[in-house]
Write a protein that binds this ligand. Structure first.
Ligand code: SAH
Length: 410
């Protein structure tokens, strides 16, 4: 016979966990999240459980199980690796009409723990005839479908309001956050940047209004003002608007201006951080922006104006003197001037530089060259924006990894 599924509201209720090993370690966090008051009985515990005990979140009795431990509990988890102990715990619980879950024997267990997951206020719980792997697979499919909108989240839950400024990550559709993807699946209107992950836009339902911010027509007002107006206007119509941006919304993305424009218009704004290309593109290309013994710092600089441009506010001599990693955005077209400025104020001509175009995308291309020749190499290779430039010895760390990888290939 199949189980009868219930949602236990454990807040403030006592739960007994017998055993302090890996099974208990897996169960305890979810119980805590549901607000349970946990007593744990076990002669020893794993370090992760020990942390929870030290933090005062779990009460530990450091001894073997004794009859009477179940008293006062609403639920018992028998998680030891000793069958006889689990049997004794289950027998006591049964006699006292307390639900007991046994991890070691599904047939002997009065209750089963479903594979569960949450997407906002929706809880998903799956049992599959006592086969936990199968249940977990189905849970993953349902949770995934809710998150990416395959199960129409717009109809099946309360709709958010206002504007969400969502960081889309560097380009690979797998590198947006879970929250960002959930909100995208609920959007009525999506205003997308040129650098927002294109693949995610293809998944939008046909009735979602998609506005390409790069193509917003503007007359007397600046394009940015026009975009701000669109965000406010659509939100005022009661639509939920996702402003999808490349990387993180607040890294050279004018997200701050959009946030202020919405707030001033009385529109609720939510900011969802994104994985910035400044760190993710080097990372995905195998270059750590910091590395012990190589670089203790990294500087992220916008080079939308050249170092010798009066509009530049960057302290280039300081960048040249620093031994740290430089991560330069919007720099490809001005790379010769950047190299010149860095060389003039002290960076070695041998400093390795990596330039990555279309990082994390299938079209990714990389050029590595010393500072003295990198600008020529990049223009000869026809590297185009968007690209990230990484200056510093960390680039060599990445090269070593490439060698290791190549040597391992058959
Ligand atoms: N908010 C974005 C940056 C916007 S500025 C972020 O946090 O990533 C635009 C610049 O970002 C581009 O000119 C380029 O330098 C960099 N960039 C963004 N995505 C990139 C990618 N996939 N590959 C290489 N550079 C990228």
């Amino acid at each position: 016979m199949g189980p009868y599924l219930l949602g236990l509201r454990l807040s403030g209720r006592r739960v007994l966990v017998v055993g302090g090993g890996h099974v208990a370690q897996r169960r305890v966090p979810a119980l805590l999240e549901a607000g349970a008051v946990i007593t744990l009985v076990s002669p020893s515990v794993t370090p992760a459980l020990d942390d929870l005990i030290a933090g005062g979140r779990v009460t530990w009795h450091a001894r073997p199980y004794e009859v009477g431990d179940c008293d006062g509990a609403w639920l018992v988890q028998a998680c030891t690796d000793d069958r006889a102990v689990n049997t004794a715990v289950a027998a006591e619980a049964e006699a006292k009409h307390i639900w007991c879950v046994r991890a070691d024997d599904k047939e002997a267990s009065a209750a089963w723990t479903p594979a569960s997951g949450r997407v906002d206020e929706i809880s998903v719980a799956v049992t599959a005839g006592g086969d936990p792997r199968r249940a977990a697979g189905i849970r993953d499919a349902v949770v995934g479908a809710l998150r990416d909108g395959t199960v129409d989240a717009r109809r099946s839950r309360t709709k958010p309001v206002g504007v969400a400024l969502v960081g889309g990550g560097p380009g690979d559709p797998g590198l947006i956050t879970v929250r960002g993807r959930q909100l995208l699946a609920q959007a009525d209107v999506v205003v997308a940047d040129r650098l927002a992950p294109r693949a995610l836009l293809d998944e939008l339902a046909p009735d979602v209004e998609l506005i390409d911010a790069a193509k917003v027509p503007y007359g007397r007002s600046l394009a940015q003002n026009k975009i701000n107006e669109i965000l406010v206007d659509r939100a005022r119509q009661g639509k939920f608007v996702v402003r999808l941006k490349g990387g993180d919304p607040f890294v050279f993305g004018r997200g701050g201006e959009e946030m202020i424009a919405c707030a001033r218009a009385g529109i609720p704004v939510l900011v969802v951080p994104g994985i910035t290309s400044a760190v993710a593109v080097p990372s995905a290309a195998g270059v750590p922006v910091t590395h012990r013994g190589v670089s203790q710092e990294f500087h992220v600089v916008s080079v939308h104006v050249a170092p010798d441009d009066p509009a530049s506010t960057v302290d280039w001599p300081a960048m040249a003197r620093s031994q740290g990693t430089l991560v330069l955005l919007m720099a490809v077209e001005r790379l010769a001037k950047v190299a010149e400025a860095l060389l003039r104020d002290g960076r070695s001509p041998e400093t390795p530089v990596m330039v990555v175009q279309d990082g994390t995308l299938p079209t990714q291309r990389t050029v590595v060259a010393p500072l003295s020749t990198v600008a020529d190499r990049v223009s000869a290779a026809g590297i185009r924006p968007p690209a990230i430039v990484v200056v510093g010895d960390v680039v060599r760390v990445g090269q070593e990894v490439e060698m290791v990888r190549a040597e391992r290939l058959p």
